[in-house]
Design a binder for this molecule. Structure first.
Ligand code: MG
Length: 214
């Protein structure tokens, strides 16, 4: 079995999932999608604890706490029944997002690449082995900014479960060892500023702390 603890160094892609929490769609008054809406973040956007989150000049940037799923076994056309066998472990991740760029992309039909993929847009915790989470569809995700609780969600609120995501993505893209799927964010994302401290994690399992810089 591959050592997945170095997934940040060895992974070839980060796949994000947009609006995957029922409670978030309710707030946004958007209908529940029939299929997952996915996007890519480059692996150059990874940072680990000790490295600062850097806000690109002129951007507003939101924090989004998410459950990260690290792929442990390569596959294509993976069935939902088989999907959990391809999971190697987890991490807590921040899908840092520049809403200014997303808005422009949505209105002008542009891409999400810059808004989701700028350097430092994917802070992650250390790797957690699969066996540490008995049921990944019932874990509490939390995120504080400057010690104030901003996000408090549970993965049981996901629209598309991990098997559904793995099966869907792998119809189109081969999933490989060390790839990461960031599975969507519960409500409460909001702009962060240089000087802010973002803490977050998976309750009773793992947490992280990142500082926002300029
Ligand atoms: Mg997100």
């Amino acid at each position: 079995m591959t050592d997945l603890s170095q997934f940040v160094r060895n992974g070839k892609k980060i796949i994000g999932v947009a609006a995957n929490y029922k409670s978030l769609l309710k707030i946004l008054e958007r209908p529940v999608p029939e299929l997952p809406e996915i996007f890519l973040k480059p692996t150059s956007s990874y940072i680990t604890e000790g490295q600062p989150i850097l806000i690109p000049h002129g951007f507003t940037v939101n924090q989004e706490i998410e459950l990260g799923v690290v792929i442990g076994k390569k596959g294509k056309h993976i069935s939902e029944d088989e999907a959990m066998n391809h999971v190697g472990g987890y991490c807590a991740a921040l899908d840092m997002t520049a809403p200014c760029r997303m808005k422009e992309a949505r209105s002008k039909g542009g891409s999400w690449t810059i808004g989701k993929g700028f350097d430092t847009a994917c802070p992650v915790s250390a790797f957690v082995t699969k066996s540490k989470i008995e049921n990944p569809h019932n874990v509490r995700l939390w995120c504080k900014v400057n010690n104030e609780l901003k996000q408090d969600g549970n993965t049981n609120d996901m629209i598309f479960t991990i098997p559904k995501l793995i099966s869907f993505i792998s119809q189109y893209m081969t999933l490989e060892e060390n790839d990461l799927i960031v599975t969507g964010s519960p409500p409460g994302m909001g702009p962060v500023q240089p000087g802010d401290v973002i803490e977050g994690g998976i309750e009773n399992l793992i947490s992280f702390k990142f500082c926002v810089s300029q």
